[in-house]
Design a protein around this ligand. Structure first.
Ligand code: SF4
Length: 359
């Protein structure tokens, strides 16, 4: 078992090292140090997008990785799987850069993993060539790698293409390799976990679920696409816009959802204003309170369980079966969109511009 395996546990070599060590999952689940480090990997992924400080014991560090994947599988929430895979990839990326900066040191040399080795790991060695300033990637290899990248710059139409190869910078290559690591970590998740192991990990899984429920799932979202809202929020928004009277908990649910996806108080008022009798003053007061401007707390929208208990969970669809929070529904719906989504706020600005031009 080498230190390098523990630093980059997604590598095939590391997987073989775990296999050769002949540890069974039952004994890993019972090993307190491995279980704690595995749990830390997952919880830190939720908290700050890292997997935390590595254990000084190579054995614990390496074995905590397969157990962390088991924990993620048992929780089985799309948002957790994605955040965990991203955190493992980000940590590997940081370690690669750190080892590169310390390459003169003997300890760093033994842990170092070069870009060439990573390309070989992902079967890309023959598809990627350096061209002095940057790299050239065979278009057949570029397209699947870039498919999950966010940003117009990754679209093939925005890239220089010649002789079936796409030009990319060194930074781009780093980003593509990070995405390849992320995919490798998420590969095969959720795993099928035997009941005995699930029972042994029950309390650890419950803690992760609790952390997930408490988490402010709004950090990454600043996109308003009403078509992608969860069915409960679509129904509540529809009621507000029709001028129907909503009980306090329902109004709190829709307003906290809208603040959580990045809408300002004025934008929420604009969205509600389809119905002229909606009460601007009370909406402004409630929205400022929920977003924490006139109160000590920034409120998060209720979980699905709370929505169900108040009778606000309506029109459930297939995606609802896979999530436990309306924010997770929305985040997943945005991620799964095939086409470029248009933000409601941009549409409003365009409509205002057209109206001004017509006047
Ligand atoms: S399951 Fe959750 S997201 Fe779906 S409608 Fe009910 S409360 Fe909304």
């Amino acid at each position: 078992m080498e230190r390098r395996h523990a630093r980059y546990p997604f590598l095939d070599d590391a997987r073989h090292a775990v296999g050769n060590a002949e540890f069974d999952l039952q004994s890993l689940a019972a090993d307190e140090r491995v279980r704690e480090r595995a749990s830390e990997r997952v919880e830190r992924a939720l908290d700050d997008g890292t997997v935390g400080e590595p254990s000084r014991a190579t054995r614990v560090e390496l074995l905590s990785y397969p157990l962390a994947r088991v924990l993620v599988s048992l929780v089985d929430e799309h948002v957790l799987t994605r955040k965990y895979a991203r955190a493992e990839a980000a940590t590997a990326h940081d370690r690669l850069a750190d080892a590169e900066n310390r390459r003169e040191l003997k300890s760093a040399r033994t842990e170092r993993l070069t870009s060439e080795e990573l390309l070989a790991e992902f079967d890309l060695a023959t598809d990627v060539h350096t061209d002095g300033d940057g790299y050239r990637v065979a278009v057949g290899a570029y397209l699947p790698l870039a498919a999950d990248m966010r940003g117009e710059e990754w679209r093939l139409v925005n890239r220089a293409l010649s002789d079936g190869e796409v030009s990319i910078s060194t930074t781009d290559l780093d980003e593509l390799l990070r995405k390849a690591i992320e995919r490798r970590v998420a590969e095969g998740l959720p795993l099928s976990v035997p009941d005995g192991i699930a029972d042994a990990l029950e309390s650890t899984v419950a803690e992760i679920r609790e952390r997930l429920a408490e988490l402010d799932l709004t950090r990454d979202i600043d996109t308003v696409v009403p078509d992608r809202f969860p069915p409960c929020m679509k129904a509540l928004l529809d009621s507000v816009q029709k001028g129907e009277h909503l009980p306090h908990h329902s109004r709190f649910a829709i307003t906290s959802f809208l603040t959580s996806i990045g809408m300002s108080t004025d934008e929420i008022i604009d969205l509600y204003m389809v119905n002229p009798g909606f009460g601007e003053d009370i909406t402004r007061y409630q929205t400022d309170h929920i977003r924490g401007e006139t109160s000590p707390t920034e409120y998060s929208p209720p979980s699905c369980a709370t929505m169900q208990s108040y009778g606000d969970c309506v029109n459930m669809d297939d995606r609802c079966e896979t999530i436990s929070h309306p924010m997770a529904y929305y985040e997943q719906a945005l991620d799964d969109a095939d086409e470029e989504l248009s933000d409601w706020r941009d549409d409003e600005v365009d409509a205002d511009d057209e109206a001004e031009a017509d006047a």
